[in-house]
Design a protein around this ligand. Sequence first.
Ligand code: PLP
Ligand code: COI
Length: 344
Amino acid sequence: MTMEKANLDWSNIGFGYIKTDYNVRCYYRNGQWGAIEVSSDENIPLHMAATCLHYGQEAFEGLKAFTGKDGRIRIFRAEANAERMQATSDATLMPRVPTELFVEMVKRVVKLNERFVPPYGSGAVLYIRPLLIGTGAQLGVHPASEYLFLILVSPVGPYFKGGFAVTPYAIIRQYDRTAPLGMGSFKVGGNYAASLRANKMAHDLGYSCEFYLDSKEKKYIDEAGAANFFGIKNDTYVTPASTSILPSVTNDSLQRVARDLGMKVEKRRIPLEELETFEEAGACGTAAVISPIERIDDIETGKSYVFAKDGKPGPWSRHLYDAITAIQFGEAEDKYGWITMLED
Ligand code: PLP
Ligand code: COI
C-alpha cells in the first residue's frame, strides 16, 4: 500500500528541523536496555541534574534514508553508524547501544515516518538523528547510571548552499575545535559547541564552512566543521589521517568507490602546503554528501588555495558523487552490503 506523502515543498527544503509524526526511544536502567517505545512528543522529560546537561555526556549520529528509483526506501550504512556510536559510548563512559537495537530502531522510526521520506528525484532525503544522553543525576563529574537513546528524523535538503556546487572554505586558526588526543574522533556535542565561534566567523565572512588545521602544530589538514576533506591529484584520492577528526562513513565509502573507479587512494597526513598541488578538493559527510571546494582561504596569512578556477566541480568529484548517490538511490548495485531495505 502506498502511503500519502506529507504536504511539503520537497524541492525547496533546506537543512533544518521539520516536525514529523514520531520518534523512537529506549531507556537504559539498572544496567540494561528496555523495550523500544514510540512517541509523538517532541519533548523529553529530563532531570535538571542529568549528566548530558552539565557535563556533556552525550553522543549523536547522522545517517540518511533515500527513496530509490524503484520507490523502495533504502537506509545507508546504519551498522557503521551504530559502530561509531559504540566507540563514542566507550569514550564517554556510556553504555553501548547494540548494533541490532540501533538498526531496529532506525528502521522503526523511518517506517513510522514513511510519509516524510522525500520522493525520488526531489533533491531531498530523510535525515536520521540518533541521540544518546546521560539522564541520571550527578553533581560530581561522574558517568550517569541511566541513559536515553532516541532517534528523530527530519526531511532535509542540501547542507551547503547549492548542493553539488563549489563553495569557498576558510581556515580559522584562532580557535581549535579538538585536541590531538581529545574527542575529535568521536561524535560528541561538545565538539560542535567548540566549533560555533569559528563557524560563525566563517559564515560572517561569506564562506560555506570553517576549516581546521591540526591543533598542535597548525601544519596539517584536519577537516571542515561538519565534514571530512579529500583532495585529488594524479588520479589519486588523498584524505587526512589524524587522531582529531571524525572517521566519516561517507569518506570511508568514497575511498572504496574511488578504487572501483580506478583511482588510487592515500590516507595520510596532508601538509598545508600540499593544498597547492590538488587539482580538485571536496568536503564529504552524510549531510554534505560531496561539497566540492572552490577555494580554501587562510584568513590569518591571506593565502588562498584555489581548486575550481572555472567555478565548476571537477570531473573526479562528479564521478564520485554520481557513484555514491547511485548506490544510495538504488540505481547501482549495492556490492558492499551498505543498504538496509526498509521492508527487509
Ligand atoms: N566530520 C565531522 C566533524 C562531522 O560532523 C561529520 C558529519 O557527520 C563528518 C565529518 C562526516 O561524517 P559522516 O560521513 O559519517 O557523516
Ligand atoms: C552529518 O553529516 O550527519 C552531521 O552530523 C553534520 C552536522 C549536521 C552536524
